[in-house]
Design a protein. Structure first.
Lengths: 325, 127
């Protein structure tokens, strides 16, 4: 039996090796340095099962947050799982006012982030697909000539892994990596949908100021992204700046006339400015475009609330509302 | 004289509060969050957010069961988006939970163990 197994094991080894990883020098995108090491990155040695708090404290500290693994442990550790969940690392980053940007699943994005001087929190699977051993570490550099990845990991302040070995563990971990960005900072390689979704997460967690800074950065980089304008409008609305909110929603609708959320939210501003017929018209359109999506319920609720409002005594505060139909 | 001034100031103050109240009341109604709008636009999100309230309760119960301190639960849940809550409600038991570095278990051992478990080999049995 064991004779039959050895070629099978060799085959498996070869397959996993090939699937994940060429040497770094072959995969290094043009224009990046041959080697980087962010030697100033802080180090927190992990306690048992505490690689999540240790790794997160490392990247948060690097982005200017005063925190420690001890502070983070009650925010992310799940005793029954003897570890920390990716979603909660993301949530805890938001609680500290940082934008957790999930990098695209390419080694090039890791390198791009390092080249901006920011370490990257990575999920590794140090076991195998069916026997996973999940571990968070912080990638602080690489050396293409020596073909190594350099990490802060576990109880080791500085670990060098052969690039293919790092790439394999990262691949088995689902190629998941995050960078925690200070307000308004863009990742080294930014994709609009990823970045705006990350900003929306900050908004949903109630971190309006940081979400607003992220939306502003997104609008500066991608002025034609309707969702960035929608987010900008929501932040302004939350701050009570109704004029700015209306303007942002109008921009969103101009770019995406069938966006039910922007129509619905514009209607809220119109209602607040005593322009009920105009608000009703926007909600009609929102209902039309939102039909069949889960926004339908929210739009119906908005309509019911606006119908329940007393007729305003004051005139519509918008002198000449140039509203989209 | 004095009290008349005070009265007028009070009236002005009250009317301003009414004015702002009037502005804020409908505003406090519901704007649709950007995260919800994104989820509505994506295939994976559309089922997720429907049951957002259910997900939140599920995740709360599961985390409590897994030993998370009750006083921490509100803050932890509030930091998650509806899509994240829905994902955790579905997969909290098997979602990756990073814990720590493996000491020294060679990959060869793991491969052999997998082959053993899947029945390809039986080298770990004495018989």
């Amino acid at each position: 039996m064991i004779r039959a197994a050895l070629p099978a094991a060799a085959l498996l080894w070869g397959l996993t090796g090939c699937a994940a990883s060429p040497p770094l020098a072959e995969g290094l995108p043009a224009g990046f340095p041959r080697s980087i090491e962010l030697a100033g990155t802080p180090f927190f040695a992990q306690d048992e099962y505490q690689c999540g708090p240790a790794a997160l404290a490392t990247v948060l500290r690097e982005s200017g947050v005063i925190t420690s693994p001890q502070d983070l442990r009650p925010q992310i550790y799940v005793p029954g799982r003897r570890g920390s969940l990716q979603a909660e690392l993301i949530g805890a980053s938001r609680r500290h006012g940082r934008l957790p940007y999930v990098l695209a699943a390419h080694a090039g994005d890791l390198v791009a982030e390092l080249s901006e001087g920011r370490p990257v929190l990575v999920l590794q699977n140090l076991g195998a697909t069916r026997l996973p051993r999940w571990h968070y570490a912080v990638l602080i550099g690489y050396d293409a000539d020596r073909n190594v990845a350099i990490l802060r990991s576990g109880t080791s302040e500085r670990v060098e892994l052969r690039w293919q070995k790092f790439a394999r563990t990262w691949h088995l971990g689902g190629r998941w990596a995050i960078t925690t960005l200070a307000p308004g900072v863009m990742p080294g390689h930014a994709e609009p949908a990823r970045f705006i979704e990350a900003a929306a997460g900050l908004e949903a967690a109630g971190r309006r100021a940081e979400a607003g800074a992220a939306y502003d950065a997104a609008i500066a980089r991608w002025p034609h992204e309707p969702l960035a304008w929608l987010g900008r409008g929501n932040v302004a609305y939350g701050d009570g700046e109704l004029d700015a909110a209306a303007e942002a929603y109008l921009r969103a609708i101009g770019l995406a006339p069938t966006n039910a959320a922007a129509r619905n939210n514009l209607a809220q501003v119109l209602a607040a400015a005593n322009c009920l017929p105009e608000a009703r018209r926007q909600l009609e359109r929102a209902a039309e475009f939102g039909a069949g999506t889960e926004l339908a319920a929210a739009v119906a609720e908005s309509r019911a609330k606006i119908e329940a409002l007393p007729e305003p005594r004051a005139a519509c505060a918008l002198a000449n509302p140039a509203l989209p139909d | 004289m004095r009290s008349e001034k005070l009265q007028r100031a009070c009236v002005a103050l009250v009317s301003v509060s009414f004015l702002t109240l009037g502005m804020q009341m409908p505003a406090a109604a519901s704007v649709i969050g950007t995260a919800e709008a994104i989820a509505a636009g994506s295939q994976t999100g559309s089922l997720a957010t429907v049951h957002a309230a259910v997900s939140r309760d599920d995740v709360r119960a599961k985390l409590a069961e897994l030993g998370v301190d009750a006083v921490q639960l509100d803050g932890r849940l509030a930091a998650l988006s509806e899509a994240e809550l829905a994902m955790l409600a579905d997969r909290l038991d098997e979602a990756p939970a990073g814990g720590g570095a493996l000491e020294v278990i060679g990959i060869v051992f793991l491969v052999l163990l997998i082959l053993e478990l899947t029945g390809v080999i039986d080298i770990f049995k004495k018989t």
